[in-house]
Design a protein around this ligand. Structure first.
Ligand code: M5T
Length: 630
C-alpha cells in the first residue's frame, strides 16, 4: 500500500534510485515506493569553491549522479527509465563542506570540527523524468534541497575515538550516522530528521505533488505548493503523460546557458528541461498552447512501433549497416545496388532509418550513427544483429499470431511455421541455418549482458564454474577475463557444442573455458563450485525446472553456489516490460519476481539468496547450497 497518493502516481512508472546508500533505499522502500537501484558512477569531485553556497554543491552533485544513471541506462543498457532519483548529503560547518571521511583520521578531523557546535546537513535531490524519443534521451530535471540543523554535545576525545572505531562513520557524510550510534552525540535537531539520514522524504513528496498536481487554468500562475495535497485534491490528478508534469514542461523555458558534463543543455531553474539532440517544437515554447489537447505520444509511439521494428529488421537483414560501416556518406542508389533492391524502396527505408536515429542523412548521402556501428553491424563485439534477425524470422511470425496465442493460451508455432514444436529447442536445432541463427541471437544478448552478470557479485572465491546451457560460451569467456583463476565448463547439447567454434573470441586466451556436450535434464552434470543458469529458467515449465534444480542441488556440495541470470520482475510483475512482453511468446515457462526466485531456489536447498538488479537486460541471483552441518 502506498499511503501517500503522490507516491501512488509513481506506481506504474519505472523508477530508478541512482544511489548506493542503503539508508535512501530504506526510506523510500518504507513508504511503499517500488524502484530499481542503479548506483551512480559519477565521481563526487565537483570543485567546491565554484559554488557560492554549500547546498548548490549538493544539488549539482545529486543532479550529476542522476544524469549519469539516466544516460547510462539509455545508451549502454538501452533501458530508458521513467524517473531517476539522485541525492547527495553533505554536512556544512564554518562554510566548509564535509563529505564521507576517507579514513579514521579524516573521520576524527570531521567529528572534532562538529564537536559542541551546531552545523547544517544539506541533502540535494534531483528528480529526472526521462523519455526516449527517436532514440534520443529527453530529460526534465527537477531539483531541490533541504537543510536540517544539528547540534553536537561537547564530546571527549575518548568518546570520539570509540565512536570512530565502531566503523559507523566511514560511509556517512560528516562522519556520523544520526540514526544509529551517532544519535548519542546529538543534542538537538531542527528540521527533517530523515534529511540528515540521507533523504528529505517530506520535501520529496511536496515536490512530486507540485509536479503531478493538475492546477486549473486560473491558478496555474499563482498556485503555491507548500504542502502535500490532501487525498481529495488528488482526485484531480491525471495519469501518466496527461499529468501536470507535461503541462509544466510546456511552460518551462529552455535556457541554453547551462551544459552538463555530457554536453546536454539544461536550465538552472527549479524545474528544467534537458534535451539531447533535438529541437523544441515551436508550440512548446509558447505557454498559450497549454490549453490545447496534448498528443498521446506514448500511445502513438506504440501504434507505430511495429513499423519501426520492421524497418530495423529489414535494414539489418539487407546488411545495410554492415555496408555503411567505416564508409563516408553513401548515396541511396549505391546502397540499393549493393543490396540488390529497388532504388525507391531503399531510399524510403534509409529515410525511415534516419528518422529512427539509426542512420545519419546529409546531402552527401547516408552513414551509420555511432550506435549503428556498435550494435547493428554484424561483427561488432556488442552486435545485436543475431537477435534482430531472430526477432524478424522467429518472433515476428509468432507475434503476428498473438491474438490466437492469447485466446488459446499457447505458443503458435503451428500457425507461424506450419509445424508444432513438441520440444522448445527441437525446431531450432533441426536445420543448420536455424541453429546458427538461434545461437547468434543468444550470443548477442549474452555478449551485451555478460560483464554486468559476471560482476554483479564477487565470484573470486570460486575455482570452477559450469555454465549450464552456456551456448556459445560468451558468459564463460567474460567470467574468465574478470576472474583469472576461474575455470569454466560450458555444458550444452551436442548440436550446440559442435557449432561453438565460430563464436570463439579472437585474441583471448581460451584455455580456461572448456565445452562439454550433454543434456542437463538427462546427463550427469560436470563438477563445479559454481553452477550457472543464464536465461534458462524462464523457458521451462515447472516439471522440467524441478528435474533441473533437483539435479543441481544434488551435485552441489555444501558451500557451492548457483548463479541465475534472468530479468527479475518487480513484485507486481509489470516491469521491466522487456520481460513482461517476452512472456507473450507463451513458452511453457514464466518470468519471476525476486520473491519467486527466492522461494524457488530455497525449495531446492539453496540459502542466502541475493538478488542484484543490474540495470542491464539480465539481473543476477546468487544463492548457496545449504551447509548440512548448520
Ligand atoms: C549525516 C548522515 C549521513 N548519512 C549517510 O551519508 C551518506 C552521504 O553520502 P552521499 O554521497 O550523499 O551518498 P552515498 O552513500 O555515497 O550514496 P550515493 O547516492 O550512491 O552517492 C548517505 O549514504 C547518507 O545516508 C547517514 O546515514 N546518517 C547521517 O546522519
Amino acid at each position: 500500500m502506498v499511503l501517500n497518493p503522490v507516491l501512488g502516481k509513481l506506481v506504474s512508472k519505472r523508477v530508478v534510485l541512482a544511489s548506493a546508500s542503503p539508508r535512501r533505499q530504506e526510506i523510500l522502500t518504507n513508504v511503499g515506493l517500488r524502484f530499481e537501484v542503479v548506483p551512480s558512477w559519477f565521481k563526487e569531485t565537483l570543485e567546491k569553491s565554484s559554488f557560492t553556497a554549500p547546498y548548490e554543491y549538493a544539488v549539482e552533485t545529486a543532479k550529476q549522479k542522476a544524469l549519469e544513471v539516466a544516460n547510462r541506462m539509455h545508451i549502454k543498457h538501452m533501458r530508458t527509465p521513467d524517473i531517476v532519483i539522485g541525492a547527495d548529503t553533505i554536512v556544512s560547518v564554518d562554510k566548509q563542506i564535509l563529505e564521507k571521511p576517507v579514513d579514521k583520521q579524516d573521520a576524527y578531523r570531521m567529528l572534532s570540527r562538529l564537536n559542541g557546535k551546531e552545523h547544517s546537513v544539506f541533502t540535494g535531490v534531483a528528480i529526472i523524468h526521462c523519455h526516449s524519443k527517436d532514440n534520443q534521451l529527453e530529460m526534465e530535471v527537477t531539483d531541490f534541497y533541504e537543510e536540517t540543523k544539528v547540534k553536537f554535545s561537547e564530546l571527549s576525545e575518548e568518546l570520539l575515538w570509540e565512536y570512530i572505531h565502531s566503523g559507523e562513520p566511514m560511509d556517512k557524510a560528516g562522519g556520523y550516522g544520526i540514526q544509529a550510534l551517532g544519535g548519542m552525540l546529538v543534542e538537538y535537531v531542527h528540521g527533517d530528521f530523515l534529511n540528515v539520514v540521507g533523504f528529505p522524504l517530506n520535501h520529496f513528496c511536496k515536490k512530486l505533488a507540485e509536479l503531478y498536481y493538475l492546477p486549473s487554468k486560473h491558478n496555474i500562475q499563482h498556485k503555491k505548493y507548500d504542502s502535500i495535497p490532501s487525498v481529495d485534491t488528488f482526485e484531480n490528478l491525471s495519469d501518466g503523460e496527461s499529468s501536470n508534469f507535461t503541462e509544466r514542461k510546456v511552460a518551462s523555458k529552455l535556457d541554453h546557458s547551462g551544459m552538463h558534463s555530457s554536453g546536454a543543455a539544461y536550465t538552472s531553474e527549479n524545474t528544467s528541461a534537458v534535451r539531447t539532440g533535438f529541437t523544441v517544437p515551436l508550440e512548446n515554447q509558447n505557454a498559450v498552447s497549454q490549453s490545447a489537447p496534448k498528443l498521446p505520444s506514448k500511445i502513438l509511439e506504440l501504434m507505430d512501433g511495429f513499423r519501426a521494428s520492421k524497418a530495423l529488421f529489414v535494414a539489418s537483414k539487407l546488411k545495410i549497416f554492415d555496408h555503411l560501416k567505416d564508409k563516408g556518406p553513401t548515396k541511396a542508389v549505391d546502397i540499393a545496388n549493393y543490396v540488390g533492391a529497388s532504388v525507391c524502396g531503399t531510399e524510403r527505408l534509409l529515410d525511415a532509418c534516419a528518422s529512427l536515429g539509426l542512420l545519419e542523412k546529409t546531402p552527401q548521402g547516408y552513414s551509420n550513427t555511432d550506435s549503428a556501428n556498435t550494435y547493428l553491424t554484424s561483427d561488432g563485439k556488442y552486435s545485436l544483429h543475431g537477435y534482430i534477425i531472430h526477432s524478424n524470422d522467429h518472433l515476428w511470425p509468432l507475434f503476428t499470431n498473438l491474438e490466437f496465442a492469447v485466446k488459446e493460451g499457447s505458443r503458435q508455432n503451428h500457425r507461424a511455421f506450419g509445424k508444432k514444436a513438441d520440444d522448445l529447442f527441437k525446431d531450432y536445432y533441426h536445420r543448420q541455418e536455424v541453429k546458427q541463427r538461434f545461437m547468434a541471437a543468444m550470443h548477442s544478448i549474452a555478449r551485451l549482458t555478460a560483464r554486468d552478470v559476471a560482476t554483479a557479485f564477487d565470484l573470486s572465491q570460486f575455482k570452477s564454474a559450469c555454465d549450464l546451457g552456456g551456448c556459445t560460451g560468451a558468459l564463460a569467456y567474460e567470467l574468465v577475463q574478470v576472474y583469472p583463476n576461474l575455470k569454466v565448463t560450458v555444458f550444452d547439447l551436442p548440436e550446440v557444442i559442435a557449432n561453438t567454434s565460430y563464436f570463439q573470441p579472437s585474441g583471448q586466451h581460451t584455455a580456461p573455458v572448456t565445452f562439454v556436450s550433454g543434456d542437463f535434464f538427462k546427463d550427469n552434470l560436470p563438477e563445479a563450485d559454481l553452477y550457472i543458469l543464464s536465461r534458462v529458467l524462464h523457458d521451462w515449465p515447472d516439471e522440467k525446472i524441478h528435474v533441473l534444480l533437483s539435479k543441481i542441488s544434488a551435485v552441489c556440495k555444501p558451500g557451492s553456489a548457483l548463479l541465475v541470470a534472468e530479468t527479475v520482475l518487480d513484485e507486481q510483475k509489470t516491469h521491466p516490460s522487456v520481460a513482461v512482453l517476452q512472456s507473450l511468446s507463451m513458452t511453457e515457462g514464466k518470468q519471476r519476481s525476486s520473491s519467486e526466485y527466492k522461494q524457488l531456489l530455497e525449495k531446492y536447498g539453496f540459502t542466502d539468496v541475493q538478488i542484484k538488479i543490474t540495470g542491464n537486460l539480465l539481473d543476477a541471483v546468487l544463492c548457496f547450497k545449504k551447509n548440512l552441518s548448520l
